[in-house]
Design a protein around this ligand. Structure first.
Ligand SMILES: [Zn+2]
Length: 520
């Protein structure tokens, strides 16, 4: 049982069928910001990400490319998925692959445990399956095809015909957990978030649950069912188990009890797997359910959901090559209310980069440090008398610290940034109204000049601490320029306004340089 101070957070493990687009990077960044924040709040934070490598779709892709599925997965992991983490500056604690032995062996243990406890039986599956979704489909999930598929029923997501399966399969008695799941949603309103996602899950379960086919026998790319090696485990059942096998389930009890339960960040399209099937599996095994399942929205490009097949896919490096990883992280966390759908456009990204990062934050930092260099030879003043205006900045530092922390506890990353940005805006207004360059002209105003520059430096330091999980590169440079002691990431974020500064500033390069090239 967790002692409450650990914060275990996961991304979905990504399917290695294809290369990452900005939707995947968005999920990674959100989980990383939350992990960095909790880590900097002094908690035992642990971020897990990884790849989902089994299933029929991977097998077919590998065959089409003339390689084995493992070779295909290795190639995608090394050339696409691990590099994604570098591209958007993810500080993950672990990376699990479902082909890892630690996963396969312990997933089998879990399955055997459920089998021994009577939660699994042999049955016949006859019904539809979409290989694109790797999901069993009900007739109500299908729509009429158009174009080349006119006259046939197709997957509503992929617009391609589904396959009719008729296999002997093993089934998980998921139907018996409907009441326990409904009680879980009722007793823990935060278990599924946001509210719209929770309501959808509740109404889905209220319609009654079917048992779930958890094995396939017509192909062999997967984890073998431990008591019957003519079957492989259904890819979703296999994949969901990564969250516990990576955390030590079955092989490191101390680690598992320290980390589990987790907060899962998922796209809303895979919410049912995480908020229905996954807790049912854990209830059957007698394992605590996740702390929270948060379904974020979709990224829309030109009004359509990001998808490679629809030619709206954008590689994260297309953005970071021009704007940098900090701007990527800031933009998607700021511009989109976490949990809602959000539109991406190059124009919006460029505009926010210029007005908020370059002019709002970066320019503030450059100006303040340049004035300390010019008027005080780089020495940070130590005034003793402050005005009401200075106190107001101090109050905003504390308010932003508290409000941002409170928003993060609700996973409202966009609200946290908005709270921090009140300090950016107030500091800019403060510099404009205090006019330190005018104070510097008359030695009689020396004490006032020093109070203003000290107040501005303090504010910048608080910003560096608070923005560190969101824009780690820029805040690291700012911290150095402010002469901050130790590593910025070791400074408690929940006490950001109380940071203790250095004695000297050093010159600071532009944190967010002007972008010359046109993009898009
Ligand atoms: Zn589909």
């Amino acid at each position: 049982m967790s002692d409450g101070s650990s914060f275990y957070i996961t991304t979905p493990i990504f399917y290695v069928n294809d290369v990452p687009h900005i939707g995947h990077a968005y999920t990674e960044v959100a989980a990383d910001v939350l992990a960095r924040w909790h880590r900097q709040a002094g908690e035992d934070a642990w971020l897990l990400t990884g790849t989902d490598e089994h299933g029929q779709k991977i097998l077919r892709t590998a065959i089409a490319n003339g390689v084995t599925p493992k070779e295909w997965a290795d190639r995608l992991v090394e050339t696409a998925w691990k590099p994604l983490l570098q591209t958007v500056d993810i500080k993950n604690d672990d990376f699990i692959r479902t082909t890892d032995e630690r996963h396969e062996v312990n997933a089998q243990k879990f399955l055997q445990h459920l089998y021994d406890a009577g939660h699994i039986y042999t049955g016949e599956y006859e019904g539809f399956y979409c290989v694109g979704c790797e999901e069993y489909k009900q007739p109500s999930d299908l729509i009429d095809g158009t174009g080349e598929f006119a006259g046939v029923q197709v997957c509503a997501i992929h617009s391609i015909p589904v396959e009719l399966l008729h296999e002997k399969n093993y089934f998980f008695r998921m139907s018996t957990f409907a009441d326990q799941l409904l009680a879980l949603y009722e007793d823990n309103p935060d278990f599924v978030q946001p509210a719209a996602a929770r309501n959808e899950v509740i109404s889905f379960v209220k319609q009654g649950l079917s048992d779930l086919s958890i094995s396939r026998s017509s192909f062999d790319w997967g984890i073998k069912v431990p008591w019957d090696d003519t079957h492989v485990v259904y890819v979703w059942f296999d994949a969901l188990l990564n969250y516990i096998t990576a955390a030590g389930y079955g092989h490191d009890d101390e680690k598992f009890s320290r980390l589990w339960p987790a907060t899962h960040i998922v796209g809303k399209d895979i919410l049912r797997f995480h908020a229905v099937i996954w807790p049912a599996m854990l209830l059957a095994a007698g394992i605590e359910v996740p702390r929270r399942v948060f379904g974020h929205g979709w990224l829309l490009v030109g009004g359509e959901k990001m998808s490679k097949s629809k030619l709206t896919g954008i590689a994260p490096s297309q953005i970071t090559d021009t704007f940098g990883s900090d701007a990527f992280r800031y933009y998607f966390m700021r511009a989109i209310s976490f949990g809602q759908d959000g539109s991406f456009s190059w124009e919006d990204l460029s505009a926010r980069y210029q007005s908020e990062l370059a002019n709002g934050f970066g320019n503030l930092a450059s100006r303040v440090i340049a004035m300390v260099v010019r008027y005080c030879d780089g020495e940070i003043p130590t005034p003793t008398v402050f005005s009401e205006d200075d106190d107001l900045i101090r109050a905003t530092e504390k308010r932003a610290t508290d409000a941002a922390g409170e928003a993060i506890s609700r996973l409202a990353i966009h609200e946290a940034i908005a709270a921090i940005w009140e300090l950016v805006d107030e500091l800019n207004g403060y510099i404009t109204s205090q006019e330190p360059w005018a104070l510097a002209k008359d030695p009689a105003n020396r004490a006032r000049l020093e109070a203003v520059l000290f107040t501005a430096v303090r504010g910048l330091g608080t910003l560096a601490v608070l923005l560190s999980p969101i824009v780690p590169q820029a805040t690291g440079k700012l911290w150095q320029a402010l002469g901050g002691s130790g590593e910025l990431t070791d400074v408690r974020i929940d006490q950001a306004w109380q940071w203790t500064g250095g004695t000297h500033v050093s010159p600071l390069e532009a944190l967010f340089p002007r972008i010359e090239a046109t993009v898009g």
